[in-house]
Design a protein around this ligand. Structure first.
Ligand code: PEP
Ligand code: MG
Length: 582
C-alpha cells in the first residue's frame, strides 16, 4: 500500500528511486583489536573525546537560565564530576592497554562493569543513577564516533540512483553524495534556506526537507516518488501515480531543453538594458557548468566548502591552486570569492568554533575570520596571489559594522605588504565588497557603500535576521517570506545605496533565482543577479521579456502594499505574460 507524506520542497525535480535510509545515531560499538604501537594513539583519541564531552557539557551548564530549578544544574554537575573522576577516566585507558582494543570498546566494557554494580544495589534511588552513567558514557562514545559514523557510512555505501532518507544532512554530506549520483533526498529536519537545500538546488537534486519521522515509516529499499516542487513524498506509489509522474518528469526535461536555446542570447531586457547574470558556486568543479548557461562570471563562491570533509584546514597553497584553477576556467570573467563564512549551519569538522547557544548570532563569517588570523590570513594571501591570474572580487560575509570593513581592509593591506616583502607577485585587479545580510548593514547601506567597491545582498540571511526565523528550523519555516515588506524595504535601501554611490549591487541569495521575483527586483533597481547555474536560463527568459520602465512603479506599489492577498495579485499581474513553473 502506498503511503503519502508532505514536507517542504526545497529543490525542484521529480525523483523516482529506491529509498536508502541513513541512521546516524550512535553506531554499533564493535570490538576492534589494535597493535601495541597503536595504544598511545587510541588513548589520545579517548582523552580528546573526554575533553569534547566535557566542553559540550560545560557549554550546556553555562546556558542554564538563572530561573531553572537547582536540580537541573546538579544533574549536569554530577555528569561533569564523573567526566573528571580519575577512576572513571583511567579504567578505559587500562583496558585499551591491557586488552589491546579500540577506545570505543574500552569505554563500552567499562560501562558494563559499572552498570552491573548499580544493578546489584538494593536502593532504588541509587539504582536509577545508572542512567547518569549511561548518559555520560554515551556522550563520550558520541564524541569518539563524531563524524566517523556518517563519514564511514557515506564512504562505504553506493549512493548512485537512490533517494537518501536521513534525519538531517550537513552540506559536507551532500557534497559527498553528489559525487555518487544520488537521485534525491528527504530529511526529517531543515528549511528552505539550509545550506543543504541550497546545495541540492545548485546540484539539481530533487529534495524535500522537514518530513517528520520519515525514517520511521519509509522502509529501506522500497520505491519512493518525490516531487521537489511541492514537497510530496509517496512511498510504494501505485502504477497510476508512477505513470503520471514519469510523464511530468519527461515534460520538465523537455522544458529544460527548450531553455537551452537561450544560452547564447545576451541577457538584455526587452527595453534594452543589460543585466548581469552571474553564477553561485560551492565547489571549484561547479565552474564547468557555467558554460551551460553562459554566465558572465561567478557572483558568489562559497569557500566554506573547501574546509569540509577533511580533518585539517586548507593551506595557503591549496587555496591558491583552487582559485587559480577556477580563474583559468573563467578566462578573464570575474570570480567573486567570498571569504570563509564558517559558523552556524556551515561548520567544518576541522574548524569547530566555540559552542554557542545561538550559533546564527554567534561567531560566524567575518567575525570569526577576524578573530582567527590562522584561518583568515592564508586565504587572503592566496586570493591576492591568485589575483595575478584574473579578475577577482573579494566578498566579506556577515558584515555588521563598518569597523569590520576597516579592520579587514587593513589586514588585506598588511597581507599585501608582507607578500611583496617576501617577493611574491600580487594581482592588482581586485575589488573589496561586502555582503548585505544583516539588517544593520542594510539599514546603514549608504555608509557601507561609501567604503566598499561593491555590494552583494544575501537575502537568505537577511530574511533570517529580519524576520527572526532560524533558516534551518523547519518549525518556523512557514514564516519564511522574501516578500515581507520589511525585507523588501531593506533590499531596496541596499540597491538604492549602491546605485547612488555608483558601485555595483548584486543579489546572491536564493531569491535571485526565483523567476517569480525577478521583475520585482528589476523594478527595485537591481541590475546584477547571482544564482545557481541551474536557474540562470529561466531567469534570462524572464529578463528578455521585461520592460524595465514599466516595472519601477509596480515594484514601488508592491513594497507599499500591506495586504498579503493584494500583494500576491500585484505579483501575478507583474508576471501575467510569463509561463512560470509552480
Ligand atoms: C545569503 O545569506 O543570502 C547568502 C548568499 O549566503 P549564504 O546562503 O551562504 O549564507
Ligand atoms: Mg549568508
Amino acid at each position: 500500500m502506498s503511503l503519502m507524506f508532505n514536507g517542504i520542497g526545497v529543490s525542484r525535480g521529480i525523483g523516482i528511486a529506491p529509498a536508502r535510509t541513513l541512521q546516524r545515531e550512535l553506531g554499533e560499538i564493535r570490538e576492534t583489536p589494535i597493535e601495541r604501537n597503536q595504544v598511545s594513539g587510541e588513548i589520545r583519541r579517548f582523552q580528546r573525546a573526554i575533553k569534547t564531552a566535557t566542553r559540550e557539557l560545560t557549554a550546556v551548564e553555562k546556558n542554564i537560565p538563572e530561573s531553572a530549578t537547582s536540580d537541573i544544574r546538579a544533574f549536569i554537575e554530577t555528569h561533569l564530576l564523573m567526566l573528571a573522576d580519575e577512576a572513571f577516566v583511567n579504567r578505559p585507558k587500562d583496558i585499551i592497554k591491557e586488552q589491546l582494543v579500540n577506545a570505543e570498546w574500552a569505554v563500552h566494557t567499562h560501562r558494563e562493569s559499572i552498570i552491573e554494580v548499580f544493578e546489584a544495589m538494593e536502593d532504588p534511588y541509587l539504582a536509577t543513577r545508572k542512567n547518569d552513567v549511561n548518559h555520560v558514557v554515551d556522550s563520550v562514545l558520541r564524541a569518539l564516533q563524531k563524524g566517523n559514523a556518517l563519514r564511514n557510512a557515506l564512504e562505504e555505501s553506493d549512493w548512485n540512483g537512490v533517494i537518501v532518507v536521513a534525519d538531517d544532512l550537513t552540506p559536507a554530506d551532500t557534497v559527498q553524495m553528489q559525487t555518487q549520483g544520488v537521485a534525491g533526498f528527504i530529511t526529517e529536519t531543515g528549511g528552505h534556506l539550509s545550506h543543504t537545500a541550497i546545495l541540492a538546488r545548485s546540484l539539481g537534486i530533487p529534495a524535500i526537507v522537514g518530513v517528520h519521522e520519515a525514517r520511521r515509516y519509509i522502509l529501506d529499499g522500497e520505491e519512493l516518488l518525490i516531487d521537489g516542487s511541492n514537497g510530496l513524498v509517496s512511498a510504494a506509489p501505485d502504477e497510476k501515480s508512477l505513470a503520471d509522474y514519469r510523464k511530468r518528469q519527461r515534460e520538465q526535461r523537455r522544458a529544460a531543453k527548450a531553455l537551452e536555446t537561450l544560452r547564447d542570447a545576451p541577457a538584455k531586457a526587452r527595453s534594452g538594458e543589460k543585466i548581469g547574470l552571474y553564477a553561485n558556486i560551492e565547489i571549484d568543479d561547479d565552474v564547468k557548468a557555467l558554460k551551460r548557461a553562459n554566465a558572465v562570471g561567478v557572483g558568489l563562491y562559497r569557500t566554506e566548502f573547501l574546509y569540509m570533509n577533511r580533518d585539517d584546514i586548507p593551506t595557503e597553497e591549496e587555496h591558491y591552486r583552487n582559485y587559480t584553477r577556477i580563474l583559468r576556467a573563467l578566462r578573464g570573467a570575474p570570480l567573486t570569492i567570498r571569504t570563509v563564512d564558517l559558523g552556524a549551519d556551515k561548520e567544518a569538522s576541522s574548524m569547530q568554533g566555540p559552542l554557542a547557544h545561538n550559533p546564527a548570532l554567534g561567531l560566524r563569517g567575518i567575525r570569526r575570520s577576524l578573530k582567527e588570523p590562522a584561518l583568515f590570513v592564508p586565504q587572503l594571501r592566496a586570493i591576492l596571489r591568485a589575483a595575478t591570474k584574473g579578475s577577482v572580487n573579494i566578498l566579506l560575509p556577515m558584515l555588521t559594522s563598518l569597523d569590520e570593513v576597516r579592520q579587514t581592509r587593513a589586514l588585506i593591506a598588511q597581507t599585501r605588504d608582507a607578500l611583496i616583502a617576501e617577493g611574491y607577485k600580487i594581482g592588482e585587479d581586485y575589488r573589496i565588497g561586502g555582503m548585505i545580510e544583516v539588517p544593520a548593514a542594510a539599514i546603514a547601506a549608504d555608509q557601507f557603500a561609501a567604503e566598499l567597491d561593491f555590494l552583494s545582498i544575501g537575502t537568505n540571511d537577511l530574511i533570517q535576521y529580519t524576520l527572526a526565523i532560524d533558516r534551518i528550523d523547519d518549525h518556523v519555516n512557514y514564516l519564511y517570506d522574501p516578500l515581507h515588506p520589511a525585507v523588501l524595504m531593506l533590499v531596496k535601501a541596499s540597491i538604492d545605496a549602491g546605485n547612488k554611490r555608483g558601485i555595483p549591487v548584486s543579489l546572491c541569495g536564493e531569491m535571485a533565482g526565483e523567476p517569480r521575483f525577478i521583475r520585482l527586483l528589476l523594478g527595485l533597481g537591481l541590475r546584477d543577479f547571482s544564482m545557481p547555474v541551474n536557474s540562470l536560463l529561466a531567469a534570462k527568459q524572464v529578463i528578455l521579456k521585461s520592460r524595465l520602465k514599466d516595472l519601477r512603479p509596480k515594484a514601488l506599489a508592491f513594497v507599499r502594499t500591506t495586504d498579503a492577498n493584494k500583494r500576491n495579485e500585484l505579483l501575478d499581474a507583474m508576471n501575467h505574460d510569463l509561463d512560470l513553473p509552480h
